[in-house]
Design a protein around this ligand. Structure first.
Ligand code: SF4
Length: 355
């Protein structure tokens, strides 16, 4: 652990050590892209920040790393243009970087010219999208996170057992749209305890429940408890659908709350994972803010803060975090690492599968 008593000059060594895990799963994403101008950071002079406490694990998960590398590897192998259905992951810096390399992001497969290559994003798609791709002779690379695919398989199995499947998740999120589409008409969406209480089903003995992968662990367990009380025969998967990365990042935020005066979560507004991390901190009474990058850090967020917690959502590259750390270190802050556990999960790249 790097502590407040260590000299600022040792920070480079600490940084190298602390980044080993992130770099392990981030490849080139561990560093700021060269095309971006160095930011002229806006931190006020004379902030009260004495130390920055950096959570680990944070940032890229195995599913995001795989999806991003799938795009880059396809660009290397097949060249541009390469179409990507939906934002490959919810982070604007990652999207901008991939666009510069030749990726074209579309929301609808109709925007992809017939016969072209298209990548499905980490959030997954409904089977109907595969049919549409086949109809247009698109060559598909499926970057759906294997942990989302696991949820799709559960829905398929439960629907095949003639159960109504309750999907706990947020309406409109890309992952939820895909999961609902696995068994159209057989999956109902529930987003809150109140909705779980109000749910009316024709046959309450043939029910199952699955969840979106990036939910708040605490909120979801309340909803699941409600469903289990209302439908005692409900079937649920053996292992959690909320993925390891979401759980680890939320657990790290809970630890940060206890030792900091405020918390910055690096992530984009569209990222479910990032928003849940902020909520988890706020639910515990912490001052927590979502920032896309150093440019979003405002003086009001730092007022009267001595120990600042810093973490990043599963779709945020680590260079965004390091830039914030560097800015505080240059103003005299020390850095501590709050390490919860080591993540060593890695998913192999998807193979091109012509639709
Ligand atoms: Fe997969 Fe979880 Fe990462 Fe989503 S957050 S891509 S489910 S590992």
């Amino acid at each position: 652990m790097y502590t407040a008593s260590d000299k600022q000059g040792d920070y480079a060594k600490f940084k190298q050590k602390a980044s080993v895990q992130s770099a392990h799963c981030q490849g080139a994403w561990a560093e700021r892209p060269t095309y971006l101008n160095q930011v002229n950071h806006m931190l006020p002079n004379g902030t009260s920040i004495e130390k920055v406490i950096l959570a680990e694990p944070r940032g890229f998960c195995a599913g995001v790393d795989r999806a991003v590398e799938a795009v880059r590897s396809a660009l290397r192998t097949f060249g541009a243009p390469l179409y990507v259905r939906h934002q490959i992951v919810h982070n604007r810096f990652v999207l901008e970087a991939l666009e510069r390399e030749g990726a074209i992001f579309v929301e609808d497969l109709d925007e992809v010219p017939e016969g072209q290559r298209v990548i499905f994003s980490a959030h997954g798609v409904a089977p109907r999208e595969w049919e549409r791709a086949r109809a247009r002779r698109l060559r598909v690379i499926d970057a759906t996170c294997p942990l989302v695919t696991k949820v799709h398989s559960e829905v398929e199995r439960y629907a095949g057992e003639d159960r109504t499947v309750i999907l706990v998740g947020h309406a409109g999120h890309e992952e939820v749209k895909g999961t609902l589409g696995v068994a159209p008409g057989k999956v109902v969406l529930v987003g809150t305890v109140e909705e779980a209480e109000a749910l009316n089903l024709l046959d309450s003995n043939r029910v199952a429940a699955v969840t979106q992968t990036t939910l708040s662990v605490d909120d979801t367990s309340e909803i699941m408890a409600t469903l289990k009380r209302r439908f005692p025969a409900i079937a649920t998967p053996k292992t959690d659908d909320i993925c390891y990365a979401t759980q680890n990042r939320q657990n790290a935020v809970k630890e940060l709350v206890a030792v900091t005066d405020a918390i910055l979560v690096v992530g984009s507004r569209q990222s479910s994972n990032a928003n849940r991390m902020v909520e988890v901190a706020r639910m515990r009474g912490a001052r927590a803010y979502l920032v896309d990058s150093l440019a979003d850090v405002e003086p009001a967020m730092l007022a009267e803060v001595h120990a600042l917690g810093l973490t990043a959502s599963a779709s945020s590259p680590d260079w965004l975090v390091e830039e914030i750390v560097d800015a505080f270190v240059s103003r005299g802050a020390a850095v501590e690492l709050l390490k919860l556990k080591e993540e060593r999960i890695h998913f192999p790249l998807p193979k091109p599968a012509d639709a």
